[in-house]
Design a protein around this ligand. Structure first.
Ligand SMILES: CC(C)(COP(=O)(O)OP(=O)(O)OC[C@H]1O[C@@H](n2cnc3c(N)ncnc32)[C@H](O)[C@@H]1OP(=O)(O)O)[C@@H](O)C(=O)NCCC(=O)NCCS
Length: 152
């Protein structure tokens, strides 16, 4: 099935929809505060992408481009995307929404880093992500996984 992935705008409706996701936290709260304090405008760009089912946001992820100079993972350094907060609402899991969001990120043709939570490692392996050598000073309890496009 084809899902439409949309870049999400920061507005009260989006921020209200975010509350239904388990990983609602400081990032969302600070976006809400910035909106309320007029630090950002209504409908500003956010780092979030999502998929709607009808009017309901059912899947989302945050995607952020990291400059090569902050890349401590592979040589030669290269820009990469950091993917986090990938989550599909419980009633919609297992229907391809997670794959659609990851495929969208892959379409940007940059390496992608994610930090796999304990129970999602199998999902990431299915998506073609692999672990990098664990480095205690760099990773400090994180479990970074990477995906590389063929052209890099
Ligand atoms: C993990 C998650 C993002 C996957 O999205 P999804 O839309 O449910 O997954 P898809 O339907 O695209 O499934 C793709 C494949 O991964 C498998 N899969 C999905 N979730 C899995 C999980 N938690 N563990 C193992 N395999 C999983 C599916 O069975 C499917 O396999 P198949 O292609 O062989 O049938 C989603 O289930 C979710 O939000 N779970 C709760 C939060 C979470 O664990 N997030 C982790 C990501 S940081």
């Amino acid at each position: 099935m084809d899902f439409k992935v949309e870049k999400l705008k920061v507005n009260y409706k989006t921020l209200e929809e975010f509350k239904r996701f388990k990983e609602y936290g400081l990032q969302e709260l600070s976006m809400l505060e910035d909106l309320e304090a007029n630090i950002i405008d209504n409908d500003s760009e956010s780092p979030f992408y999502g998929i709607y089912f009808g009017d309901t946001l059912v899947a989302r992820m945050s995607l952020y481009k990291v400059d090569a100079k902050f890349n401590h993972y592979f040589e030669p350094p290269h820009d990469f995307l950091e993917l986090w907060k990938l989550e599909v609402l419980p009633d919609y899991q297992g229907k391809g929404y997670g794959t659609a969001l990851v495929d969208y990120a892959k379409g940007k043709n940059l390496p992608i880093r994610t930090n796999a939570r304990m129970r999602s490692k199998e999902f990431w392996e299915k998506m073609g992500f692999t672990s990098v050598q664990y480095d205690m000073a760099r990773d400090r309890g994180e479990n970074p996984l990477f995906w590389f496009p063929e052209t890099i």
